[in-house]
Design a protein around this ligand. Structure first.
Ligand code: CP
Ligand code: NVA
Length: 308
């Protein structure tokens, strides 16, 4: 369906400005309140979302599918196994075809280059539902959750304990745009790739060799699996290397008293996080998961209708 809004994509956190995030956070709260009141809101009536998954998902699939439905539209689920993408159809050709039949596209895939090539050939907005490099929808939900529980994230300190993965790089991008700090700690051999960091984001980042030091005085402690999707062959080596990078009560104790704990899920209790932390009073992981629904509704509405 043709739209008057120029095509914008959401491929990484850096694609939007601080002002646009201020709008999206406010809009997410508005849409969440409407949803809780069972109010019908169908700005995307008759619109179709294509969801392309090259990796597994529970939250991303469910939140996008329920979200487009709640906005009056419809979702089509595609995966590599059942489509011609799994038989070598070029990404560029798939983008041309899928974007002629749908209004908006969400993709979960491997390299960021794949989603970049797809978007370059799409006539409708493309959203990153996770790549090896970034997971912007999750960090948007996490920041919305922080704002809901506390207040603005500006000037706060986030402690990242664990792998230099898609979530870590997205938090670091967000820190530059929304002006907060990231304390990062990972074992030797699993450090950040400096070529992925902008000069600006380096000013918002401090790297610690000891995870305890990274958590000292933090307003939010967060972690993620030691082995992300696509890296399963490295699992045994990672289990050994990351052993001391578990978020425990000891780490939470040196953070600020009112610090929150977040994890994008799925989690492995006894690996990257102790059960007492993820199931404890500082954990807001279920709110984070629910908020994927609300922020992605605001995101889809914004990409298709602009500011309302
Ligand atoms: N957090 C997240 O993206 O979860 P899924 O892998 O279940 O989509
Ligand atoms: N870093 C994890 C996030 C899963 C939602 C992965 O990429 O597998």
């Amino acid at each position: 369906m043709a739209s008057n809004i120029p095509v914008r994509h959401y491929l990484q956190f850096a694609d939007f400005s601080a002002d646009e995030y201020a709008y999206l956070l406010e809009r997410s709260a508005f849409l969440k309140a409407k949803f809780k009141r069972y109010e019908t809101w169908h700005p995307l009536h008759d619109r179709t979302l294509a969801m392309i998954f090259e990796k597994n998902s529970t939250r991303t699939r469910l939140s996008f599918e329920a979200g487009i439905h709640q906005l009056g539209g419809h979702a089509v689920f595609l995966n590599t196994k059942d489509t011609q993408l799994g038989r070598g159809e070029p990404v560029e050709d798939a983008a041309q075809v899928i974007s002629r039949m749908t209004d908006i596209i969400m993709i979960r895939t491997f390299g960021q280059d794949i989603i970049d090539r797809f978007a370059a050939n799409s006539r409708v907005p493309v959203i990153n539902g996770l790549t090896n490099e970034y997971h912007p929808c999750q960090v948007l939900a996490d920041i919305f959750t922080y704002v809901e529980h506390r207040s603005s994230i500006k000037g706060k300190t986030i402690a990242w304990v664990g792998d230099a993965n898609n979530m870590a790089y997205t938090w670091i991008q967000a820190a530059e745009i929304l002006d907060f700090k990231v304390n990062f700690s990972a074992p030797t051999g699993y450090q950040l790739d400096q070529s992925m960091l902008s000069a600006g984001s380096k000013n918002h980042l401090t790297v610690f060799s000891n995870p305890l030091d990274a958590c000292r005085g933090a307003d939010l402690v967060t972690t993620d699996v030691w082995t992300s999707m696509g890296y399963e062959d490295e699992n045994q080596a990672r289990l050994k290397a990351f052993k001391s990078w578990m978020v425990t009560d000891e780490l939470m104790a040196v953070a600020n008293k009112d610090a929150l704990f977040m994890h994008c899920l799925p989690a492995h209790r006894g690996e990257e996080v102790a059960a007492s932390v993820i199931d404890g009073p500082q954990s807001v992981v279920w709110d984070e998961a629910e908020n994927r629904l609300h922020v992605q509704k605001a995101l889809m509405e914004f990409l298709l209708c602009g500011k309302l």
